[in-house]
Design a binder for this molecule. Structure first.
Ligand code: NOJ
Length: 574
């Protein structure tokens, strides 16, 4: 099953009939920040094509592109004014087709972001909808009258005392202190419209059959252009209680986008899923949903049931928000194991994205970011990487006067530094749209890290190759390695085993593949207990190529992980 590449790294894939999205490692690209080729300081589609070879070399399997559609950019592309075109800032539809062709030529799948909860207020649908209460598009959005006196409203029409309900929108705005109401008054038609995010992002009304059909057409548009799947923005926002009732007061300060979990979303998702499943051309088209809700069990609900599937994958954000702590992570992993297995749902794992501080910044050191890479790529489920984590990037420091994002997320969106030149491989004449991340001028660039085999970039590469080459890591079962004494909340290391077995008729085992993954979350060394047998280091976060540390060519019984060290171990074959 394994071949060996020129660099000595096994090059073959673990193939065992699983759908591609279960075996894949997905790499998220935020197009604005990836690479600029036309000199305006903003990344573009041609910049993505330019670095596809880097991604092939790295060893990821699929790309998720954050929005590149036409947009006034109030929320940097998550405010879409044309779902079926590329914003000129990023290029053209021809550029997109070229990107898909080039990605597919490298065996990279392409997943595009799809933003169905809201459009831009500049979308022709909304422009029409707000033109008159009688416009045919009016009910493609959610409009309400002033809150009446009987319902506790007070003040002149359109004044704050008349806001239809107590829901809050998601963003405080640059320099703002409070979450604003999720409603904006439209003077001309004297009604309020709902927006879970900015006023420039009016919520679409998925109860309207015309809107549903139009949005489904946009899915078909992109499938016809060859995309392999969709990342569904604010999945949990689609269905809403049509009464749009007030939240209980205890929850009323929390943005409704973090709470809305209405059962009406599920039949909508099942309908979307059937659109993907009915698409005639292989391969299977995939939907991964952003379900930004506080509980893992809530994200699980959006997979649907075997007889009526919804999402293929759902982002589970509680682990991303967990601290770098063994007990906290053990609890997160246990919850996924206990809940997902019985439901037949395939988990996903993610540590960073364009909405949260990078995990390198949250966890506080490169050593921990390296250990976290082993954790992420050693878990059972589909991992999602965020561009730049393979470089160990930290968030940029963005001074208050330079902030541009109404949600305060500028730091994690800093441009990717590709090389050690003054413009770091970006073609801009001036400065990029956000400052460079720390250390971009001190060697933390793709080219420079690639020249250093001990770098975090090589660690990611070795981990991705190890995962690709090992059926156990790619899709094997998960079980904790029992420790002696049993695990306690004092333990600072977690050790688990991944096993992949192929049985033949009659119950004989045809082949077994096994890996052990161990992560020391502590800043002191930690003793771990290994499963029976002899083991060797395949990848260590400290020594990426796995060269056994002095004196440990073969491991048996117990072993001591260094501070912040995480490893993948494979059975030692005689
Ligand atoms: C979630 C996206 O990830 C985020 O960037 C965006 O601001 C909101 N949804 C609204 O679309």
């Amino acid at each position: 099953m394994t071949g060996v590449g020129a660099d000595g790294i096994p090059a073959a894939r673990a193939t065992d009939g699983l759908p591609w999205w279960q075996k894949a490692v997905v790499y998220q690209i935020y197009p604005r920040s990836f690479c600029d080729t036309d000199g305006d300081g903003v990344g573009d589609l041609a910049g993505i094509v330019r670095h596809l070879d880097h991604l092939s070399w790295l060893g990821v399997d699929a790309l998720w592109l954050s929005p590149f559609y036409r947009s006034p950019m109030a929320d940097f592309g998550y405010d879409v004014s044309d779902y079926c075109d590329v914003d000129p800032l990023f290029g053209t539809l021809a550029d997109f087709d070229h990107l898909v062709a080039e990605a597919h030529a490298r065996d990279l799948k392409v997943i595009v972001d799809w933003v169905p909860n809201h459009s831009s207020d500049a979308h022709p649908w909304f422009v029409a909808a707000r033109s008159s209460r009688d416009d045919p598009h009016r009910d493609w959005y959610r409009w309400r009258d002033d809150r009446s006196d009987a319902a506790g409203g007070s003040g002149p029409p359109g004044s704050p005392g008349r806001v239809p309900n107590n829901w809050r929108a998601a963003f405080k705005g640059v320099g703002g202190d409070d979450y604003p109401p999720a409603w904006t008054y439209d003077e001309r038609t004297a009604q309020w419209y709902l927006h879970l995010f900015l006023p420039e992002q009016p919520d679409l009304n998925w109860d309207h059959p015309g809107l549903r059909a139009a949005m489904i057409d946009t899915l078909r548009f992109w499938m016809a252009r060859g995309v392999d799947g969709f990342r569904v923005d604010v999945t949990h926002g689609l269905g809403k209680d049509p009464a749009l009732p007030d939240l209980p007061l205890a929850l009323a300060d929390i943005p409704i986008s973090g709470l809305n979990d209405d059962p009406r979303t599920h039949p909508l998702l099942a309908e979307l899923r059937s659109v993907l499943d009915d698409w005639p051309d292989p391969p299977e088209r995939m939907m991964v949903g952003e379900v930004f809700l506080p509980a893992t069990s809530q994200s699980l609900d959006y997979y649907g049931a075997p007889e009526r599937p919804e999402l293929h994958l759902s982002f589970n954000f509680p682990p991303l928000l967990a601290p770098w702590d063994a007990a906290a992570w053990r609890a997160q992993i246990d919850e996924v194991q206990e809940l997902f297995g019985p439901r037949g749902a395939w988990p996903s794992w993610v540590l960073s994205n364009h909405d949260q501080p990078r995990h390198r910044t949250r966890y506080g050191s490169e050593a921990r970011a390296r250990a976290a890479a082993v954790l992420l790529l050693g878990l059972a489920g589909t991992p999602f990487l965020y561009a730049g984590e393979e470089l160990g990037l930290e968030d940029a420091v963005v001074p208050p006067e330079s902030r541009v994002d109404p949600g305060g997320r500028d730091g994690c969106r800093a441009p990717i530094p590709w090389d050690g030149t003054s413009t770091h491989g970006w073609a801009m004449s001036d400065t990029p749209w956000l400052p460079w991340p720390p250390d971009a001028d001190a060697g933390r660039t793709a080219t420079e890290l690639r020249a250093d085999p001990s770098s975090i970039l090589w660690l990611y590469r070795h981990l991705l190759r190890a995962r690709r080459d090992s059926p156990a890591l790619a899709s094997g079962t998960f079980s904790w390695v029992p420790s002696t004494p049993p695990p306690s909340s004092e333990d600072q290391a977690l050790v688990w085993q991944r096993v992949h077995r192929i049985d033949v008729d009659g119950g004989d085992v045809e082949s077994v593949d096994v890996r052990v993954v161990a992560v020391n979350f502590g800043s002191t060394s930690a003793e771990i207990h290994l499963p029976p047998g002899r083991w060797q280091v395949e990848v260590s976060s400290l020594v990426p190529d796995g060269s056994p540390r002095e004196g440990t060519p073969q491991l048996e019984g117990s072993w001591v992980l260094a501070a912040d060290e995480a490893v993948v171990l494979r059975p030692l074959t005689p």
